[in-house]
Every structure is written in structure tokens, then in C-alpha cells.
Design a protein around this ligand. Structure first.
Ligand code: ARG
Length: 265
């Protein structure tokens, strides 16, 4: 009887722990059974993910979106995009609302404690954007002392800006588009973004430019697909897709194609 009670208790405790953690891995088997993979992403991060009018309909486009579709194809399932502000993207994977997240997500030690990451598919670089007519005023991180610098909420740029431009007041905004508008209107004096994204905004706004100084790499420049811990089989499949899209030059092609879409407001 004692033994029975012990086993029962152990069983209940295990079930409780599994249920509480909500962090069971995602397996290719369950995805195939569901016949779809739910991908958490964001929508203001050209050329990786952004909205554009396609045949009169607002549609998510960009290199990350193509990568998600290639993963769906490899698994033989439909892809459902679940988009939300960037600071919720990873949480939606953790809570089980999405199976994976693809949103230009940088791999960090902190995030690795909670999520599993695929191999890296892209290497980014942090840059500073300023107004063209101020480029000779803001020539170093120190020259931004007492100024307001924008970063995206929940992004690694929040930390990069706070560490590397410590004399500025760093604010976080949910929307990159909004952040660019605040820079243009003078509420922000500088914005920290990753190079490919910054270049997209500069190409569309001729009053903006890259600052003439560089930020240091902080070791968080690799983009990867995130999923729940314990998803080894799924990650094998995803890594095979990443290898193929990198080796064949497809990923670079998707980045180029993305620049032919106009970002909708
Ligand atoms: N690479 C940065 C990070 O992981 C920024 C990503 C922002 N992505 C987006 N879709 N807005 O924190």
C-alpha cells in the first residue's frame, strides 16, 4: 500500500510539473498530426517580416516569412502566422500559442535558458540612425549624452543602447515605424536598429542617415528560429532547411526580393 501511494504521488507530481511548465517540446509528429505549424512573428521588420499590399490585400512578406514557408513545406504542413508586437513573440512560443518563432530573433544566453534555437541563418550588426542635418552633431556615443535614443521594446538593442550609449536616455517603443516617425519629428535624436532594417528606413526617408560612428558587437548578432525546449527532432528538420536555403543562396535571394515590396503603413 505504502509503495502504491508513493508511486501515485510521484505520478501526480510529474503530471503537475509537466502541466505547469507548459514547456513540452514541439515534435514534427504533433505538427504533422495537426497538419499545420503556427509561426509567431512580427510585422515591422523589413526585409525580414513586414506587411505589403499583395493583390489588394495586406500580406506578410519578407525573408523570414519565406523561411517559415520552406519549413512548412519540408514538414508537409500548412503555415499559420500569428503576429504580435515583438516583445510578445517569444512568450507566445512558451505559452504554446505558437510552435516556433521567426522574427529576426537574436540568440542570447538569456534567451537560451528558456528557448531552444536552431542554427543561425543570418548575422546582423547594430547601427545608429540620426537625422541627416544632425549627422555632424552626433559623431560619437558620448555626443548623445542627455539626448533621447529609441530602441524596440523587448529587443537586444535595448541593452546594446543602454550599455554603449550610457549617457543618453534610452526609451523603448513597440513599433519600429513609430520610432522612425519620432526620430523624424525630433522627439528622438537617434535610433538603434540592425543594419538591414535601418537601411530600409533610410532608403524611404531622405532626411535620415546612418551615424558616422559604430557600435561594438556584443555577441548577439546571430538570428535563429526559436522553439520550446526539448524540440530536438523538430530542430533537426529546421536546421536542414536552414542549411539548404543558405547553401543554395535562396536566403539572400529572399532578402533581395523583399526590397521589391512596398511596406504598407
Ligand atoms: N534582433 C533583435 C532581437 O532579437 C531585434 C529583433 C526585432 N524583430 C522584429 N521582428 N521586430 O532582439
Amino acid at each position: 500500500m505504502k509503495k502504491f501511494c508513493f508511486i501515485l504521488t510521484a505520478l501526480v507530481v510529474t503530471c503537475f510539473l509537466v502541466a505547469c511548465s507548459g514547456s513540452q517540446g514541439v515534435s514534427p509528429k504533433t505538427i504533422k498530426e495537426k497538419k499545420k505549424i503556427v509561426v509567431a512573428t512580427e510585422s515591422e521588420f523589413a526585409p525580414f517580416e513586414f506587411k505589403s499590399l499583395v493583390n489588394g490585400k495586406d500580406t506578410l512578406v519578407g525573408a523570414d516569412i519565406e523561411l517559415a514557408k520552406a519549413i512548412g513545406e519540408k514538414l508537409g504542413v500548412k503555415v499559420e502566422f500569428s503576429w504580435c508586437p515583438f516583445d510578445n513573440v517569444l512568450a507566445n512560443v512558451q505559452s504554446g500559442k505558437a510552435d516556433i518563432a521567426i522574427a529576426g530573433i537574436s540568440v542570447t544566453d538569456e534567451r537560451k535558458k528558456v528557448y531552444d534555437f536552431s542554427d543561425s541563418y543570418y548575422t546582423s550588426e547594430n547601427v545608429v540612425i540620426v537625422k541627416k542635418d544632425k549627422v555632424n552633431d552626433y559623431t560619437s556615443t558620448d555626443s548623445l549624452a542627455k539626448q533621447t535614443v529609441g530602441t524596440q521594446k523587448g529587443s537586444v538593442q535595448e541593452t546594446v543602447a543602454k550599455k554603449q550609449i550610457p549617457k543618453a536616455s534610452v526609451v523603448s517603443l513597440t513599433s519600429n515605424g513609430e520610432m522612425i516617425n519620432e526620430l523624424k519629428s525630433g522627439q528622438l535624436q537617434a535610433v538603434v536598429l540592425e543594419k538591414a532594417i535601418a537601411e530600409g528606413y533610410i532608403a524611404q526617408n531622405d532626411d535620415l542617415t546612418l551615424a558616422n560612428f559604430n557600435l561594438k558587437s556584443d555577441g548577439t548578432d546571430a538570428y535563429a528560429v526559436a522553439t520550446r525546449k526539448g524540440s530536438d527532432d523538430l530542430l533537426k528538420e529546421i536546421n536542414a532547411v536552414i542549411k539548404e536555403t543558405k547553401d543554395s543562396g535562396k536566403f539572400d535571394q529572399w532578402l533581395k526580393e523583399a526590397s521589391t515590396y512596398k511596406q504598407s503603413k
